[in-house]
Write a protein that binds this ligand. Structure first.
Ligand code: ATP
Ligand code: MG
Length: 422
């Protein structure tokens, strides 16, 4: 036998047993954002490496060590997208969607980061993201958060996620804070790990995000970003908090929340769960008012979030919220001369008559017992039986597989009966 070829580490198949739960998450997310008037945008999976370096920032985990970058046959440096925002902004500028316009967009699809694979962390993972352009006020920040809160309610996980919120102000305010933070860190060099020391001068805010407990301990006394915020950012944040209070959404202000990508300003937020262990952030987002200009467009405000679909699916599994719509409603059982084609025709008629009905035909013969077993296995709740007698009489036996009750009906009555049973 030839040697088996395996999938790439950290890149998973989504098997037919898992896809119904994925579809539930994806469809619920799509329905929720549609209810707020958002429109889908689809971007390519590969972009110029340059785009991510410029948008995300050179001194970030993603750009420093997580990107799948390669040279294509033309010698261009390309990268498999590690996130969607940079591509979305690029697409918006390139297609003239952003200038003097408001856009409320969503996207969904695979992202790629070369990280150490573990539960909730993969090399190909999937995000559902939302980006809004051209709206300045905190009202849209609040809408994004309310939208995610609605999604958690619809998925039944609202009791298992909490919201953390912060404002990281304007880039000028951050520059001032940066100097104060560097001065503080310089007094604690002996405690800093290699990563923190390396970042200290290039991107000191990222040190606040450290997972190292010793570093976390000294940071308690570090200068606070909130003391450096500019007045406009403070007013924006106060406005957001007021809107969230009015909407009845609970949150915790976390002064150390800075997020891993460089492009954010003002509002940043994360939805976190305790039910997944270390990989607890299911959704992260914030404002990025400078990015459009930085990528060559006219100054345009931006705000968005992205959620990790693997982590949401894992959460539903962990919380045993795995009820999904059954894949098949009706199984057509046939036996005898000429019955197979009659069964396929009957199924076609029913698919037309009852909208959304899922009908599966039995193929490959076998006795009734075998066919009924198969009907059970695929999860059907009604079996339709067509034998030679039924065909001669223009009837069908309708068997309710939940209670075992069965009745013989004229073919023309079957659709109405199914609409009632399913
Ligand atoms: P983390 O701190 O967990 O690495 P992040 O800040 O790098 O997350 P973002 O870039 O904000 O993540 O991406 C938004 C969301 O995408 C995350 O909150 C998470 O749910 C998901 N996500 C990010 N990286 C991965 C990954 N490697 N595997 C699975 N999901 C991921
Ligand atoms: Mg990360």
């Amino acid at each position: 036998m030839a040697k088996q070829i395996q999938a790439i580490r950290g890149m998973n198949d989504c098997l037919p047993t898992q896809s119904p739960l994925w579809q539930k998450v994806e469809n619920t997310a799509k329905q929720v954002v549609s209810a707020y008037g958002y429109n889908e945008i689809r971007m390519p999976i590969v972009e110029m490496t340059h785009l991510f370096k410029r948008a995300i920032g050179e001194v970030t985990d993603v750009v420093e060590k997580e990107m799948y970058t390669f040279e294509d046959r033309n010698g261009d440096s390309l990268t498999l997208r590690p996130e969607g925002t940079a591509s979305c902004v690029r697409a918006g500028i390139e297609n003239g969607l952003l200038y003097n316009q408001e856009q409320r967009l969503w996207y969904m699809g695979p992202m790629f980061r070369h990280e150490r694979p573990q539960k909730g962390r993969y090399r190909q993972f999937h995000q559902f993201g939302v980006e809004v352009f051209g709206i300045e006020g905190p009202d849209v920040d609040a809408e994004l958060i309310m939208m995610t809160a609605r999604l958690w309610r619809e998925l039944g996980i609202d009791q298992h996620v909490r919201l953390e919120l912060n404002s990281i102000g304007s880039s000028e305010a951050r520059a001032e804070y940066r100097d104060a933070l560097i001065a503080f860190l310089e007094q604690h060099l002996e405690v800093l790990d290699e990563d923190s020391k390396r970042r200290m001068y290039t991107n000191p805010l990222r040190v606040l995000d450290t997972k190292n407990q010793a570093v976390q301990a000294i940071l308690i006394d570090a200068p606070k970003l909130s003391d450096y915020l500019d007045e406009d950012s403070k007013a924006h944040f106060a406005g957001l908090c007021e809107l969230l209070d009015a909407a009845g959404i609970e949150y915790q202000v976390n002064e150390r929340l800075v997020r891993g990508l460089d492009y954010y300003n003002r509002t940043v937020f994360e939805w976190i769960t305790d039910s997944l262990g270390a990989q607890g952030t299911v959704c992260g987002g914030g404002r990025y008012d400078g990015m459009v200009e930085q990528l060559g467009g006219k100054p345009t405000q931006g705000v968005g979030f992205a959620m990790g679909l693997e982590r949401l699916v894992l959460m539903l599994e962990t919380l045993e919220l795995t009820d999904v719509r059954r894949p098949v409603d009706v199984y057509v059982v046939t036996a005898g001369e000429g019955t197979l084609m009659a069964g396929m025709k009957l199924a076609e008629t029913l698919r037309e008559a009852v909208s959304g009905l899922r009908v599966m035909n039995h193929f490959g013969g076998g006795n009734f017992k075998k066919q009924f077993k198969r009907a059970d296995n695929v999860g059907a709740i009604v079996a339709l039986v067509l034998g030679e007698n039924e065909i001669a009489e223009g009837t069908v036996v309708v068997k309710d597989l939940r209670g075992g009750e069965q009745q013989t009906l004229a073919q023309a009555e079957v659709a109405a009966k199914l609409a009632e049973l399913i």
